[in-house]
Design a binder for this molecule. Structure first.
Ligand code: PXG
Ligand code: PLP
Length: 440
């Protein structure tokens, strides 16, 4: 065992089976481009681009240089009452990529913080306009909106909520999710079936009266739960119902933004503009933690009332707009533009879809789903041991085939680099097939 693995005891790992992991730790020491290096000196191909984070590859030289320069020039300054040049520049750059009408940016340090910030902005907006009775928040089953109390409450991942059930924030409801294997299994891209599921929001408007609902939050294409692309017409329908009842629509684009759907934002891919967009991950290519919440003019303007010497939103993080994170973000945006990352991403979609769907007739597989460069292969659970097949696949990929995949229970997830090489993508799926063939 390596030195690092020897020291594992102190470390309580996030979202990990700690005891199982510590029996045979998987420790990564380095990365370059599309590959990791392990502590035992092996090179692994990363099929998940970090954790949906690192679309342009690891240790991109442009970002590395920008971070090194910034940390020596301005390491930190307060973000309250003063600011730094890089945060200003990044906010401007990001809103210029956003859909028309979305033109203000609030910085956070993660997706979870972006979500909780967005929920607070939605509540504050209604209150500022004299509609303080709009307090209800609506999420969706199987939604993932991070792990803070707000995001966990509007989220719909049962294991994430289970232990905290009595302490979830009050006044939250959920609409149904859109996966139904009987009707939309093995769809390529957006399922044709399921737009009507958006009408579940009408049901909740009937139950609570729409005038009491502040906001609806959904991932435009759900990621973490195992990639659920929106049915054709579904997001348009949600937008219509929100408009009818004066409800804000929040797109949680922590995964979708910055090229995963071949556009700056998923909103642009789907042609549906929300009122608020939450981001993180691809904002800095995962290099420094950072998130951003983008809001419409009308939301920002609603806050900019009252005495000018007063704080309009009592909210912010010590590290909001951190200069080193912002420098990483600016370098990332520069690479997206200079290398044509979103066009690269678009060009890979068909190849990725074909590779994924070549598993459709595999003995374990019960569904394959994809949109843009997000993909999932769902396996049937082994009798009496849900999650075992997925866990075994992950470990065998790591140890036997030198590839990194992610599994959520028996759903294997794929987040290829936005600048993947088609032959490497192909070889990695060939390796995956050997693994799936070898497990019961
Ligand atoms: N919203 C969405 C849509 C996300 O995907 C978050 C919020 C929370 O972001 P932070 O930065 O606080 O983790 C996420 C994060 C997976 C997986 O296996 C995905 C995420 C996190 C953990 C696992 O797909 N996404
Ligand atoms: N807890 C204490 C005692 C603090 O002083 C602060 C910030 O000043 C926080 C929590 C919140 O930390 P952050 O702003 O990094 O989210």
């Amino acid at each position: 065992m390596s030195d690092a693995a020897d020291k594992l005891d102190a470390y309580w790992m996030p979202f990990t089976a700690n005891r199982d992991f510590k029996k045979k730790p998987r420790v990564i020491k380095g990365a370059a481009g599309h590959y990791y290096t392990t502590d035992d000196g092996r090179k692994l191909y990363d099929m998940f681009s970090g954790l949906w984070t690192s679309g342009i590859g690891h240790c991109h030289p442009t970002i590395v240089a920008a971070v090194q320069k910034q940390v020596a020039e301005l390491d930190y300054c307060m973000g309250f009452q003063v600011t730094n040049d890089k945060a200003l520049e990044l906010a401007d750059r990001v809103v210029n990529m956003a859909p028309d009408g979305i033109s203000h940016c609030f910085f956070t340090n993660s997706g979870s913080e972006s979500v909780d910030t967005a929920l607070k902005i939605a509540l504050g907006y209604h209150r500022a306009r004299g509609e303080g009775h709009r307090t209800r928040l609506i999420g969706r089953e199987r939604g993932y909106h991070g792990v803070n109390f707000g995001g966990m409450s509007v989220g719909g991942m049962v294991p994430n909520r289970k232990a905290f059930s009595a302490n979830l924030i009050p006044g939250v409801d959920h609409i149904r999710h859109t996966l139904d294997l009987e009707h939309n299994a093995f769809s390529r891209g957006l399922p044709q079936w399921g737009a009507h599921l958006a009408d579940d929001l009408e049901r909740l408007c009937g139950l609570h009266d729409g005038s009491n609902i502040a906001a609806v939050i959904v991932e435009p294409a759900a990621g973490s739960t195992g990639v659920l692309p929106p049915p054709v017409g579904y997001l348009e329908r949600l937008r219509e119902i929100c408009d009818k009842h004066g409800i804000l629509l929040i797109f949680d684009e922590v995964i979708a933004a910055f090229g995963r759907l071949a556009r700056p934002f998923g909103a642009q891919r789907f042609g549906v503009t929300p009122d608020i967009i939450t981001t993180a991950k691809g904002l800095t290519n995962g290099v420094i933690p950072m998130g951003a919440v983008l809001v419409s003019d009308s939301i920002y303007d609603a806050f900019m009332q009252g005495p000018e010497n007063m704080i309009e939103l009592f909210h912010g993080y010590t590290y909001s707009g951190h200069p080193v994170a912002a420098a990483a973000g600016l370098a990332t945006m520069r690479v997206y533009e200079e290398e044509g990352t979103f066009a690269q991403s678009a060009a890979l979609e068909q190849h990725f879809e074909d590779l994924l769907h070549s598993f459709a007739d595999h003995k374990h597989v019960i569904d394959v789903r994809n949109i843009g460069l997000m993909g999932a292969i769902e396996m049937a659970p082994r009798n009496g041991a849900p999650g075992a097949r997925g866990g075994e696949a992950h470990k065998k990929c790591f140890w036997d085939e030198n590839i990194v995949i992610r599994n959520g229970m028996d759903i294997l997830q794929f987040s290829p680099f936005l600048n993947s090489k088609p032959d490497e993508m192909q070889q990695s799926f060939e390796a995956l097939r050997r693994v799936l063939d070898s497990i019961d």
